[in-house]
Design a protein around this ligand. Structure first.
Ligand code: ADP
Ligand code: GN1
Ligand code: MG
Length: 366
């Protein structure tokens, strides 16, 4: 992606005013994100430009169809509730050909969103209240999409949260050992193998009709929510690439594995990784309140397991990517994916120690 190609791409969108600059933005692991500044007659206007990762997303047209329809659906609901749709959901900016995205000469696909002003997104929780607000917003997001026609959504990444399939993908990475890194990861593989039987519990419950399939976000990391910079309330849920039919406990769990870990996701010193029970509690309280009683008894029972499964699954994905040569998640240094995998397994181990307390917290807020 050179300067010339980015500038050529920007010319293909219906932006207000003249582009005065742009820079790389955010800390996502998948897409390439840029903040774009425009000078207009009324002052400054900002946009988010994203190059979608075409290795990760094989069906960009389907993906953009999902985002356009989900944001339109949310927009109507927000207007109905007298909210501000340009602040409370993402707004796609059309191309000059009136399309939702453009493809450049190299085959990369790009989209533009309005930049949601006066918000912040966190890579780590600063205060339990912020995490409570994030749980509230993700629970509310799920509520808003409860009557979205799930059958119209394209499965952007098949088996995204099918944990046993993620285990198989790890096994394939082990067999392939493309970079000769297998010798470094024995303790991590032993950890996974010892828990192999548990990995299918949520998908088995779904198959048996014991928990429902819902429209879920599937990537509920703390930095996928924009909070108001003054009130610090959750304003806008972003990163909608993986909104698909899924499990509520996975949305819950993914937030916990990222936000309630006492260490950063890629912390090299795994002794720093553990589950913060106060943060777990703050999120449980927020999420259950945002869901407004819509979760079934079985789903609530399974929240701690959702947290553990998402932590194990993400650890397996990071580990498989390390063995495959870091081809999926962006890395900024050597062994970053291995460190990410290790923090996940350290966190899962700590959850096992705190299991009864996790269950007691969930019972307190159900
Ligand atoms: P990725 O899939 O790579 O994680 P995201 O869609 O999450 O990409 O975007 C990366 C970061 O860019 C987010 O964490 C957020 O900080 C910022 N961002 C994305 N969209 C917007 C927006 N519309 N307004 C303001 N900030 C945004
Ligand atoms: C990716 O896009 P981002 O950075 O919000 C990944 C998630 C992982 C997460 C781990 C489409 O999320 O599934 O949980 O990294 N997204 C995709 O940090 O694979
Ligand atoms: Mg993101």
């Amino acid at each position: 992606m050179n300067t010339e190609s980015i500038e050529a791409v920007l010319k293909r969108f219906q932006l207000e005013g003249e582009v005065s600059g742009y820079r790389s933005y955010g800390s996502g692991h998948i897409n390439s994100t840029f903040l774009v500044n425009c000078d207009t007659q009324n002052g400054r206007k900002r946009y988010i430009l994203q190059c979608m990762n075409r290795d990760v997303f094989q069906n960009i047209d389907g993906l953009m169809h999902n985002i356009a329809s989900v944001t339109e659906f949310l927009r109507e609901k927000i207007i109905g509730a007298h909210g501000d749709p340009e602040r409370e959901t993402l707004t796609l900016v059309k191309s000059v050909d009136d399309e939702n995205y453009v493809t450049d000469v190299e085959g990369n696909s790009w989209r533009v969103y309005l930049f949601v002003e006066d918000t912040i997104s966190f890579d780590a929780v600063e205060k339990p209240e912020d995490f409570y607000q994030s749980g509230l917003a993700f629970g509310h997001f799920q509520r808003l999409l409860a009557d979205y026609p799930a059958e119209t959504l394209v499965e952007t990444i098949p088996d995204f949260h099918n944990t046993p399939v993620r285990f198989q993908q790890l096994e394939e990475a082990v067999k392939g050992d493309k970079e000769g890194r297998l010798c470094e990861v024995k303790p991590e593989l032993d950890f996974v193998m010892a828990r192999k039987e548990q990995l299918g519990v949520a998908v088995d419950m779904l198959k048996a009709g014991k928990i429902p399939l819902r429209v879920t976000h599937n990537d509920t990391k703390l930095n996928n929510i924009l909070m108001d910079k003054d009130t610090r309330k959750g304003i806008c849920i972003i990163d909608l690439d993986t909104v698909m039919p899924g499990l509520s406990i996975h949305d819950f769990g993914d937030s916990i594995r990222f936000g309630a870990n006492t260490a950063a996701e890629d912390e090299p010193d795994t002794s720093k990784a553990s589950l913060s029970l106060p943060l777990f509690e703050a999120y449980v309280k927020g999420f259950l309140s945002g869901c407004e009683g819509s979760l079934t008894k079985e789903e609530v029972d399974m929240l701690p397991m959702g947290a553990k499964l998402m932590t194990m699954e993400c650890g397996m994905r990071f580990l498989a990517d390390y063995l495959n040569g870091d081809v999926y998640f962006k890395i900024h240094r050597d062994r970053q994916n291995l460190d990410r995998a290790r923090t996940q397994f350290a966190l899962a181990a700590d959850m096992e120690k705190k299991w009864e307390q996790m269950c007691a917290i969930v019972n307190r807020y159900r």
